[in-house]
Design a protein around this ligand. Structure first.
Ligand SMILES: *Cc1c(COP(=O)(O)O)cnc(C)c1O
Length: 371
């Protein structure tokens, strides 16, 4: 029987060679490959600055730090995401405020976001869920009108575009993850992109204990001199990971092509059946980290597929329904009814570049049989 996951990395000999080269070099961390990887991702995403960190969650934490989020501050987030999107607000002592998603795309609904704004709101984090950019025009307009920063959790959306504008250039900051199921794998890894020099400085300090890294200041004061200005963390990425990232970035266009090809075939085969893919808004070029369908009897279908060797997943349990959030923020059912209803029906089907045509045929056949 096959064993088909919902997502997995593609690693080839070039990647292995790149990592081996890094291991033989002078720098295992904080070396030249970090800057190379940052430049590669920032250039690809049409952003001025990229700051590599140890994972996507650290990237979100850094973004909240750079915005100065603290106790008493509210940040608006959608519930249809991985818990880390909201956890990063709690790390800084701020309060996540959940705003519901659009029923057709499951992206943060700008009207619901606006309704959630109070005099304590400092920022909006929106998730480019499954790899489709949010309505950033509406969200940035909200940001300007109410003086809020916008942050894209772009962990699903490396390579997506909105009206020909790249994810990475659509919000004040954009966060990526390089976990093996994402578009580009570094084992663990993350990055924050921005066009703002001050945010870039702040992010760099945060990932390195809050120590200022201004080389000129150091040179003037003596090369050994450094000062800790802020309470930062060690969230650095290694050169071993960055080497893998640089090598993977070269293949990203091919990865995206293959993901889009797989999505197009699912779309075609499921048209007119009771397997319902999410809507894609016009002007969107989707990056397809996930291929999410809605089906009734989801739990039964999940079980049957599992028995057939197809390991689908549910993305996501709405964050406000996790026990931690219920206990500490007092959230409950009814807060975001659209997300809650979607949660009962969604299933992520296998989607990764190495999925073969035969494997996809098998998945389609099993899904259609199961429903
Ligand atoms: C993967 C992911 C993260 C966290 O990234 P890690 O690298 O696993 O820490 C955050 N948000 C979303 C939407 C993700 O998919």
């Amino acid at each position: 029987m096959p064993k088909i996951p919902y997502g997995r990395q593609h690693i080839d000999d070039d990647d292995i060679q790149a990592v081996a080269d890094a291991l033989r070099s002078d720098f295992l961390t904080t070396g030249p490959r970090i800057g190379e990887f940052e430049k590669s991702v920032a250039t690809f995403s049409n952003a001025k600055f990229g700051v590599a960190v140890s994972n996507g969650t650290a990237a979100l934490h850094a973004a909240m730090f750079a915005l100065g989020i603290g106790p008493g501050d509210e940040v608006i987030v959608p519930p249809m995401t991985f818990a880390a999107t909201a956890n990063c607000i709690l790390y800084m002592g701020g309060t996540p405020v959940f705003a519901d998603v659009d029923p057709h795309t499951l992206l943060l609904d700008p009207c619901k976001a606006e309704a959630a704004i109070s005099d304590r709101t400092k920022a909006i984090i929106a998730v480019d869920y499954t790899g489709q950019p949010c309505d950033w025009d509406a969200l940035n307009t909200l940001g300007e009108k109410h003086g809020l920063a916008t942050v894209a959790d772009g962990c699903h959306a490396l390579g997506a575009t909105l009206n020909s504008r790249k994810v990475g250039s659509l919000a004040d900051m954009t966060v990526y993850s390089f976990h093996p199921v994402k578009h580009v794998a570094t084992g663990e890894g993350g990055m924050i992109l921005t066009n703002d020099q001050e945010l870039d400085n702040s992010l760099r300090n945060f990932r390195n204990h809050g120590i200022t890294t201004d080389a000129r200041t150091r040179e003037e004061a003596g090369a050994w001199f450094y000062e800790m200005q802020e309470l930062g963390y060690n969230y650095r990425m290694t050169d071993i990971q960055a080497a893998l990232g640089v090598s993977q970035m070269k293949k990203l266009p091919a990865f995206l092509d293959r993901r889009r090809e797989i999505a197009a075939r699912y779309d075609k085969e499921f048209a007119g059946t009771n397997v319902r893919p999410l809507d894609v808004r016009s002007g969107v070029e989707h990056a397809y980290h996930l291929y999410v369908v809605r089906i009734s009897d989801r739990d039964e279908v999940y079980k049957q597929l599992r028995e057939a060797g197809i390991f689908t997943q549910v993305h996501y349990i709405p964050v406000h329904l996790h026990p931690y959030y219920r206990k500490h923020l007092g959230t409950a059912e009814g807060l975001c009814p659209v997300a809650e209803q979607a949660y009962a029906e969604i299933l992520s089907l296998p989607m990764y570049p190495d999925l073969t045509d035969d494997e996809q045929s098998y998945v389609i056949k099993q899904v259609l049989e199961a429903v």
